[in-house]
Write a protein that binds this ligand. Structure first.
Ligand code: AMP
Length: 261
């Protein structure tokens, strides 16, 4: 199964992605997590991404596309994956299409978690307060000021991705304001129906392919056996007939001659 979870920061994509991983044995590919790991490890990608991420802006497309291209080729991604936080721009979505096409892979569905931005801001503020109270480290970009920038980036750069997948009839929407369990149940329903219709599409297309290849075989056979000037079967039948006719004529003449004698 290959899914994309779309939705603004704080919509619950990460939580739902983890549940999909547990249920389907697929991997979660979160560009945010991968970038944070790169920042922590101090890799060249991490160094390039850090300041952009701290401002709540988007890392350049080529950086995240390269990360995803490498990640989907790993053996653990063969069973499927859920993309969380990618694609975030239309060029990223187009690059993903190319990556999948080159590998003969298809997406089953793109699920959008629809949320109310005001409630979202309050949710994040609450989460930050809880984490601080527990003495946990809060992400540098998880403060209300940066979050406003991240929401703005979502509206201008990621919202068009929703339209991109709607135009491809892959988009399904879920009420992201419902409880976590309700959202999980809704995603389950959508992803299994998408898989069924995807399987139907695949079967149909393979039947179509089967038909056309049979037709092609037939055409090839005709081409191979047909001598110049028309199909052999017709000519050989014609030759036989004409041989028969001349033989009949000869016999008739012979009989007539015998009678005369
Ligand atoms: P996230 O954890 O998905 O909210 O991502 C945290 C930050 O990582 C974002 O605010 C961006 O700066 C960066 N980031 C993650 N994914 C992408 C992406 N697909 N394209 C560009 N920047 C990204």
């Amino acid at each position: 199964m290959r899914l994309i979870l779309l939705g603004p920061p704080g919509a619950g994509k990460g939580t739902q992605a983890q549940r999909l991983v547990a249920k389907h044995g697929i991997v979660q590919l979160s560009t945010g997590d991968m970038l944070r790991a790169a920042v922590a490890a101090g890799t060249p990608v991490g160094l390039r991404a850090k300041t952009v991420m701290d401002r709540g802006e988007l890392v350049p497309d080529d950086v995240v596309v390269a990360i995803i291209a490498e990640r989907i080729d790993q053996p653990d991604a063969k069973r499927g994956f859920v993309l969380d936080g990618f694609p975030r721009t239309v060029p990223q979505a187009e690059a993903l299409d190319r990556l999948l096409m080159e590998r003969g892979l298809k997406l089953d569905a793109v699920i959008e978690l629809k949320v109310d931005e005001g409630i979202l801001l309050r949710r994040i503020e609450k989460r930050v307060a809880e984490m601080t109270a527990r003495g946990e480290t809060v992400r540098a970009d998880d403060n209300p000021e940066v979050l406003k920038g991240r929401l703005a980036a979502y509206r201008t750069q990621t919202a068009p991705v929703v339209d991109y997948y709607a135009a491809k009839s892959l988009l399904r929407s879920v009420d992201g304001m419902a409880s976590i369990d309700e959202v999980t149940a809704a995603i389950d329903r959508l992803s299994s129906s998408a898989r069924v219709s995807g399987a139907g599409r695949a079967a149909k297309s393979s039947r179509r392919k089967g038909k056309s290849s049979k037709k092609a075989k037939r055409t090839n056979r005709t081409k191979r056996t047909a001598p110049k000037g028309g199909p052999r079967r017709k000519r050989s039948a014609g030759v036989k007939r004409s041989k028969n006719i001349s033989a009949q004529r000869k016999n008739r003449t012979r009989r007539r001659l015998t009678r005369v004698r």
